[in-house]
Design a protein around this ligand. Structure first.
Ligand code: FAD
Length: 358
């Protein structure tokens, strides 16, 4: 009996907007399948919310703090990645019960492993994005401001962009894409796709997705540096907190490969961040610093203190499926908000979108 093999799809030109873990997981899967992929990101570096900033006192992971590995597909991808890129973090995680820093138990029981890329959270995506960098198939500092049909070839797409490396006002048109995949936050996708109701089916699917903001405080205490001095404050390195302002605190310097200067990252709760989203920065910084001192008992003045507001940080209500893909239009959407609020959710979403497209 004759069996017919499924026809391999011919290579296509694909644009991926967003170089967070969803976008890069998607782009590299499509590249491995033989497609010509170009990645666009408005930031100077890849990683998205797996973000690391360098300061005179060492790095801070001011977005995602660590990741978990629950899905076998994520595990496989990590096993195929050079071992030095990600390391386990002994977070010594506790729950802080009140404004006086009372701890619920010595450690949260039965915790799964916490993984961190080194030297910063952005290193995993940076590693996976390397083929795009070396083949000049990534456009950084390039914000996509419009997605439209290519007038010369109406079955294809073109992207209008603003900015290019070192030239923030530059405007360009990149054309000739068979497919366009958005791996941005839900809000950014909405702005790009639906302002002119270009894709009503997707617009409807996204209308119930909810994502909370997050104010993040970064503090450095160079007066306390390992290994010569013991660290300041509590014995624990990370805590979930019931304090009404603070949801999470972590001693950055306890993560592997981060250097010894005592540094803390403090994340406000979703409710407090939402309530204070429009407040001015010094006010937010003062309030969060006060709460930090209450929870940790660290009264010393930090040498460096700064705050950052993530407009879209943590998914409260996800889409409920891994991605959106319209084969006829050649448009797709991925991102953590499809499935949840974790790094893994973003990875799986990007991977599943790529498998639908390939
Ligand atoms: P993103 O990382 O947001 O990537 C989207 C990319 O699209 C960005 O790089 C952006 O610049 C780009 N982009 C957007 N619009 C455009 C445009 N118009 N043109 C060009 N580029 C564009 N998860 C965990 O698992 N563990 C944690 O401890 C954890 N803590 C967190 C703490 C905070 C404060 C925040 C903010 C998030 C945290 N998360 C955590 C969530 C985790 O960071 C995300 O789930 C994950 O990084 C999302 O990846 P993504 O690729 O879907 O989106």
């Amino acid at each position: 009996m004759k069996t017919s093999k499924p026809k391999a799809k011919p290579p296509r030109r694909i644009a991926v907007i967003g170089a967070g873990i969803a976008g890069i997981a998607c782009a590299r899967t499509l590249m491995q399948a033989g497609h010509h992929v170009t990645v666009f990101d408005k930031n100077q570096a890849v990683g998205g919310r797996m973000a690391t900033t360098e300061t005179a006192f060492g790095t801070f992971d001011y977005g995602a703090q660590y990741f978990t590995v629950r899905d076998p597909r994520f595990l496989l991808a990590l096993q195929a990645t050079a071992q030095h890129v990600c390391r386990p973090w002994s977070a010594n995680l506790v729950r802080v019960l009140d404004a006086f820093g009372r701890v619920a138990s010595a450690a949260l029981p039965g915790r799964e492993s916490h993984w961190v890329p080194t030297p910063g959270m952005n290193a995993l995506v940076e590693h996976w994005a390397q083929p795009f960098v070396s083949q000049k198939q990534i456009e950084l500092e390039t914000r996509v401001v419009g997605i439209e049909r290519d007038r010369m070839a109406p079955r294809q797409w073109q992207l209008r962009t603003q900015g290019s490396p070192g030239v923030p006002d530059a405007e360009h048109v990149f054309s000739g894409f068979d497919q366009v995949l958005l791996a941005t936050t839900a809000a950014q996708a909405q702005r790009l796709l639906f302002d002119d109701a270009a894709h009503p089916k997707f617009a409807k699917a996204l209308q119930d997705v909810r994502v909370a903001p997050c104010w993040t405080l970064l503090l450095a205490y160079p007066q306390a540096s390992q290994p010569t001095l013991s660290h300041l404050g509590p014995q624990w390195n990370a805590a979930r907190s019931n304090h009404h302002r603070i949801a999470w605190l972590a001693r950055e310097s306890s993560k592997p490969g981060r250097g010894g200067v005592e540094r803390w990252t403090v994340q406000a709760s979703a409710a407090w961040s939402h309530e204070h989203q429009e407040d001015d920065t010094p006010r937010v910084q003062a309030k969060l610093h006060k709460a930090f001192a209450e929870v940790t008992g660290i009264r010393a003045e930090p040498t460096m203190a700064t705050v950052h507001c993530w407009g879209s940080a943590q998914t409260i209500k996800p889409l409920g499926r891994s991605h959106l893909w319209d084969d006829k239009a050649g448009l797709g959407l991925a991102g953590d908000w499809c499935l949840g609020h974790r790094v893994e959710d973003a990875f799986i979403s990007g991977l599943e979108l790529a498998l639908s497209v390939a």
